[in-house]
Design a protein around this ligand. Structure first.
Ligand code: GDP
Length: 198
């Protein structure tokens, strides 16, 4: 096989954070398995699922972690964030309190990420590096609930702009923008990492 034909594989960890019941688990199951659960029951403990996206002809695999209920006890640990290259910070557009709490989640992200090393998996090798560039996206989920909306699209956009985050509204229920949200984050990670490390 010539160099041009080498299949390169990348694996990146991404975390999903945000208040309880904003739809984190359903966003993940929609992305990873195209499933939605109307009555998802949070199990305690951390879970992840993987999904691959093709970027520049390469398979880029994301290992996406779900808090699986830890946040209800304000107990998302540093281990949850360890090694993550990207984060989706989710609120529910039909519950303002979940948007008001975004600031708290951002503080948590900032303080937990800055102390951590990142691990890159590339061509069957792991490499550690201490670059703290993390692809972060603010996600306003449940945009199918237009009738009970409490947070406007513009409020989401301007918060994201002021904090330097990507922004998108999604619906795990009807699949709106779910794939796009994850793909933007994965692509940004790929760009960050391939520019600096590989
Ligand atoms: P988590 O606690 O953040 O992981 O939230 P879940 O994924 O368990 O979802 C909490 C509740 O919101 C469940 O009853 C879901 O069925 C519902 N839900 C999740 N995403 C959506 C969505 O996009 N639209 C609507 N209408 N409901 C959703």
């Amino acid at each position: 096989m010539s160099d041009d034909e080498t299949v390169e594989e990348y694996l990146f960890k991404i975390v999903i954070i945000g208040d309880s019941a904003v739809g984190k688990s359903n966003l993940l199951s929609r992305f990873a398995r195209n499933e939605f659960k109307a009555h998802s029951k949070a199990t305690i403990g951390v879970e992840f699922q993987t999904q691959s996206v093709e970027i520049d002809g390469k398979e880029v695999k994301a290992q996406i972690w779900d808090t699986a209920g830890q946040e209800r006890f304000r107990a998302v640990t540093s281990a949850y964030y360890r090694g993550a290259f990207g984060a989706l910070l989710v609120y529910d557009i039909s519950r303002r309190a979940t948007f008001d709490n975004v600031a708290r989640w951002l503080d948590e992200l900032n303080c937990k990420f800055y102390t951590l090393f990142h691990i890159v998996y590339h061509e069957s090798k792991f490499a550690a590096h201490s670059d703290t560039t993390v692809a972060r996206m603010l996600v306003g989920n449940k945009c199918d609930l237009e009738n009970t909306r409490e947070v406007s699209l513009d409020e989401g956009k301007s918060l994201a702009e002021s904090e330097g985050l990507f922004f998108i509204e999604t619906s795990a229920l009807d699949s709106t923008n779910v794939w796009t949200a994850f793909e933007i984050v994965i692509r940004e990670i790929y760009n960050n990492v391939s520019r600096k490390v590989l």
